[in-house]
Ligand binder design. Structure first.
Ligand SMILES: Nc1ncnc2c1ncn2[C@@H]1O[C@H](COP(=O)(O)OP(=O)(O)O)[C@@H](O)[C@H]1O
Ligand SMILES: [Mg+2]
Length: 280
């Protein structure tokens, strides 16, 4: 189970991606990036955040702590922004929070060297969970206190949006061409040797157990939350065992870049929101 905190103050919206997460203070004196169950993408995005986030953590990759956040929509009553007010009103009760890393910068591989072993493990993990949201356009990696962190796994595990077609996801190729770490000489073979044996039923079970029942309830075709959890575990074990279907494509993308395929431009220097918005 994730730690549960209660939000006490809405600080500011984060308008980086599409989901309008909010920065919130909680009763444990922590500050969290909160994703709301009432957002357009719905609760499955939160399920993906938890399963992939906790799986990454279990594989030794750095992910800020995830918590569940109790929200009283009245906290948004004085928000000037109508969109924020509506989002909070639509999200009473339990939401998902990630420990906020103050002062973190978006990871830019030209500014912060990333070592090949780490790059390989991140890319292998992203290919396993089908994360298309770690591109050079939108890195979803932060650099904080000298180290990289992985955030934003809401776009992973897309099979849960159409369980009847989930089998087709198991061997699906991973589009690695746009991955932000493609040019960091990712050592995929070392990553595969180190991580594949760690993707066990127990580790997967621990990751899905962190998802609150209410976000897995009433899934058509399933007899309750535990049946959905079991399906996630089976699905990810099958993907692990189908590596020959997706790993060679990732290897080929890495090799093409190493042989001089043109890297895309980086998106340039982007200021953190509190500087851009003059909040310093
Ligand atoms: N834990 C965190 N610490 C610091 N900044 C964060 C954190 N999580 C998210 N952010 C900032 O907020 C932005 C949006 O968060 P993200 O999880 O990527 O949501 P979205 O689904 O909207 O893309 C990120 O690009 C990053 O700049
Ligand atoms: Mg994002």
């Amino acid at each position: 189970m994730l730690r549960h905190v209660t939000a006490i103050r809405y600080v500011t919206p984060l308008r980086e991606g599409g989901s309008l997460p909010g920065l919130m203070e909680a009763d444990d004196l922590g500050t969290y990036v909160v994703k709301f169950h009432g957002a357009g993408q719905g609760r499955k995005v939160l399920v993906a955040e938890i399963v992939s986030g906790e799986l990454a953590r279990g594989l030794g990759l750095p992910v800020p702590e995830l918590v569940t956040v109790e929200l009283d929509p009245a906290l948004g009553a004085s928000e000037p922004d109508q969109e924020v007010q509506e989002l909070l009103r639509a999200s009473p009760g339990m939401n998902l929070g990630m420990d906020f890393l103050p002062g973190a910068l978006d990871l830019d591989t030209k500014a912060f060297p990333v070592d090949p072993a780490f790059a390989g493990r991140v890319m292998w993990f992203d290919a396993l969970v089908g994360n298309v949201d770690r591109s050079w356009r939108n890195t979803n990696m932060l650099f904080w206190h000298g180290s990289p962190y992985l955030i934003d796994h809401g776009a992973t595990l897309t099979f849960q949006h159409a369980w009847s077609a989930a089998e087709g996801w198991v061997g699906r190729a991973y589009a690695a061409e746009d991955h932000v770490l493609l040019g960091c000489h990712p050592d995929l073979d070392a990553a595969d040797a180190a991580l594949a044996p760690l993707v066990t039923p127990e580790l997967l079970r621990a990751a899905v157990d962190a998802v609150p029942d209410r976000w897995l309830a009433d899934e058509p075709g399933f007899d309750g939350p535990d049946a959905v959890r079991a399906a996630f575990v089976a699905q990810l074990l099958a993907r692990r065992d189908a590596r020959e279907a997706w790993l060679p494509g990732v290897r080929a993308a890495v090799a093409a870049r190493a042989e001089g395929a043109e890297p895309p431009d980086t998106r340039g220097r982007k200021l953190p929101f509190w500087v851009a918005e003059g909040r310093t």
